[in-house]
Design a binder for this molecule. Structure first.
Ligand code: SIN
Length: 582
């Protein structure tokens, strides 16, 4: 049974007519679970956390008093996206800044689709959670007087972004959290373990669908190697993003959307997944570059860096009141327009005015990435182009991280908590991981006893061959990336449907990941095809600007009868909703 929409997504009684959904093209057929050998071992814990970035590790620490906690992570514990976060973490702290201003900036960036209650929770509860993070050992950069150094990034009207190690904020946060988690003997970390599927719980016919744990594959031999099952009172998904479904991304290789795909197969609702944020300034390494590419942080522009087109013009001035510091979707779109107009595949960040000393101290990571390819940011323009960066939607949750499946919670990038709307405000994501992980732990005080898995899982298994991945990434980038239209999305659906026929006989990490990427890609392109407007990070070339009828949340769930099933829930009126002029 797929849960009905609107129990989580707030659905005010209002007369907004639903937009008519266009007819979807045939989509790839998706399995309901991954083919794998049956579990050879079973563990019982209270809470299993899947993922080991800021959200997962914070959830583990915050849940610690609830009993036995297991953190399952696909690679080494530090291999996820948090480690790569450069710019920083935003919270209200400076004189002259206010909670209302941070909320306002978040809502404006979110292009009319943020859930205001979630944004208020984020901004008001964020400062205490950062204080806790600092107590846990994270060290942010300070000036000679010991005050935090603050910067700005796209969409922020105040200086409120703290950073660490110059541009190595995520690495410092991850270091501090790993050290706190590993010092706690009550938290077990299982590395090199891919969660395959969520285990459905046995429920009465009138009960909501529920989750009883996870199946996973642990690399290695012996008692805990191979495929096993972990039964838990609660599963917390914190698996991060989906960037690897595109040909170029800032996300690390582990970001293959495994948590999103597992939630979809289990029948959980996803929300607003068509909003994929393309970071405007990713180091351009030539037309053949693939996979994870180095970020050139927005903080470079926060410190005075400028954007220059192929004619040497500073093109953001006059396009938005904040020029280079306009919200990320605005800058990315303008860069794409500049590139299309000049028939080129990159523009430039000019950070020469910062000087070598500032570059080395304030931006050591970017300095190093540039020097490795022969660019000197103190004397050269840095070639940049947009690349996939952040999944603004995700597994739908309420403000306590609860999903549409009982026993399943989600936080961090995998979740759609409602704080990002159609376009995330820079440096809000680390904050989101902290705040909603803690709220899940609070909610779990009343978590019911463990549920039983069914004797047999009736869901149809399947597996797609790993060889399809490069073609899938190309199709997603070409047709379902920063710029989309109906014809391209239909083409993408046809290509993915063809690729999905290449099934794999042998289960293994790469074919499990390929199957997950196919599921996430198919779901994203379907939602992108349905939403006939341009809003935030979803840019339809055939539907210019926002349309009021589409100001709402697009939900999708998978069921056996219909494959992907969509609902639309109109958004309530917002206190800030700028006109669709960007
Ligand atoms: C950046 O440093 O530009 C990225 C920060 C973010 O994605 O929030």
């Amino acid at each position: 049974m797929v849960p009905d929409a609107a129990s989580l997504t707030s659905s005010p009684a209002q007369a907004t007519p639903l937009p008519p959904f266009p007819q979807l093209p045939p989509l790839p057929s998706l399995p309901r679970r991954l083919s794998a050998e049956p579990p050879g071992w079973v563990r019982e814990v209270d809470v299993v956390v899947v993922g080991s970035g800021i959200a997962g590790l914070t959830a583990a620490l915050e849940c610690r008093h609830l009993g036995t906690i297991m953190v399952v992570t696909k690679d080494e514990v530090a291999a996820g996206s948090t480690h790569w976060a450069q710019g920083g973490i935003a919270w209200v702290q400076a004189e002259g800044d206010t909670v209302e201003q941070h909320i306002d900036d978040t809502l404006v960036a979110g292009a009319g689709l943020c859930i205001e209650e979630a944004v208020r929770v984020l901004v008001t509860e964020g400062p205490d959670e950062v204080a806790k993070l600092i107590n846990r050992g994270a060290e942010f950069d300070r000036d000679l007087a010991g005050e935090l150094e603050l910067t700005r990034e796209g969409g922020h009207k105040r200086h409120r972004i703290a950073h660490a190690g110059g541009d190595a904020t995520g690495a410092e946060i991850e270091r501090a959290l790993i050290s706190a988690v590993t010092a706690d003997r009550g938290i077990e970390i299982v590395e090199h373990a891919l969660v395959l599927d969520l285990i459905p719980a046995e429920v009465d016919p009138d009960e909501a669908p529920a989750v009883a744990g996870v199946t996973l594959h642990v690399l290695g031999e012996g008692t805990r190697g191979g495929v096993g099952a972990v039964h838990a009172r609660a599963v917390v998904l914190a698996t991060g993003g989906i960037g690897q479904i595109y040909a170029v991304t800032t996300n690390p290789p582990v970001s293959t959307g495994d948590g999103v795909a597992a939630a979809l197969r289990a029948g959980a609702r996803l929300r607003d997944i068509e909003f994929i944020q393309f970071h405007p300034t990713v180091l351009y390494l030539g037309p053949g570059a693939r996979g994870q590419l180095p970020l050139v942080s927005e903080a470079v522009r926060g410190e005075g860096g400028q954007l220059i087109n192929s004619r040497g013009e500073r093109f953001m001035v006059g396009k938005h009141e904040l020029a280079e510091l306009a919200p990320r979707d605005v800058v990315a779109k303008q860069i794409m327009k500049e590139m299309a107009a000049a028939g080129v595949d990159h523009v430039y960040v000019d950070g020469r005015m910062l000087g070598e000393e500032t570059w080395r101290v304030r931006f050591p990571t970017i300095w190093h990435s540039c020097r490795q390819v022969g660019i000197n940011p103190a004397t050269d323009l840095i070639p940049v182009a947009p690349a996939c960066h952040y999944f603004c939607g995700g597994v739908e949750t309420n403000i306590d991280g609860a999903t549409s499946l009982s026993g399943l919670y989600a936080c961090g990038e995998v979740a759609s908590s409602g704080v990002h709307g159609a376009n995330r405000l820079a440096s809000n994501s680390l904050l989101e991981g902290l705040v909603f992980a803690r709220r899940i732990a609070e909610r779990l005080q009343d978590v019911p006893p463990p549920r039983r898995p069914p004797a047999q899982d009736p869901r149809k298994p399947g597996l797609i061959d790993r060889s399809v991945v490069p073609a899938l990434q190309q199709a997603m980038s070409r047709y379902a990336g920063g710029l989309r239209d109906a014809a391209g999305l239909d083409r993408c659906a046809a290509e993915l449907a063809k690729l999905a026929q290449q099934t794999a006989a042998e289960p293994g990490l790469e074919s499990w990941e390929a199957t997950n990427m196919m599921a996430v890609g198919a779901a994203i392109l379907a939602s992108a095809r349905l939403r006939e407007e341009s809003r935030g990070a979803h840019w339809r070339d055939d539907f210019e600007g926002r349309r009021e009828a589409w100001r709402g949340h697009l939900l999708v769930a998978q069921d056996d009868q219909q494959g992907l099933r969509h609902h639309f829930v109109p958004a309530p009126p917002m206190s800030v909703d700028r006109r669709p002029d960007r």
